[in-house]
Design a protein around this ligand. Structure first.
Ligand SMILES: [Zn+2]
Length: 112
């Protein structure tokens, strides 16, 4: 007896990322996978372009989702970790460009 295909489909599974898990008690990174994976605007590595819209990640939809879903400290910690990973993958990206793209926007006060 199997579940109907697609009825409980996990969009993150199509993107090759971890299955979303409940937020409580999970690390911030797992929560981000759950939130961003749901809308599909996740980074395609090592190009760091959005899998959904192909713009440089974090694209506006990804930023908006992160702004709405996480407090400022958690958001900044997460994007700082990603900035370090992106800097390794994109050697042509200067430190100033990395900061502007991954961290500066995340420091803004969110709507929540
Ligand atoms: Zn996108």
């Amino acid at each position: 007896m199997g579940a109907a295909a697609g009825a409980d489909r996990d969009p993150a599974a199509d993107l090759g990322v971890a299955r979303p898990v409940p937020a409580a008690g999970r690390p911030v990174t797992a929560r981000v996978v759950a939130v961003v994976g749901r809308v599909g605007h996740v980074a395609w590595r090592p190009s760091w372009r959005c899998r959904a819209c192909r713009r440089p990640w974090p694209c506006e939809p990804a930023r908006a989702e992160l702004m709405a879903s996480f407090d400022r400290i958690g958001r900044c910690m997460y994007v700082a970790e990603l900035a370090a990973e992106a800097a390794r993958d994109l050697p042509g990206l200067t430190p100033a460009q990395t900061y502007a793209r991954f961290i500066a926007w995340a420091r803004r006060r969110g709507p929540a």
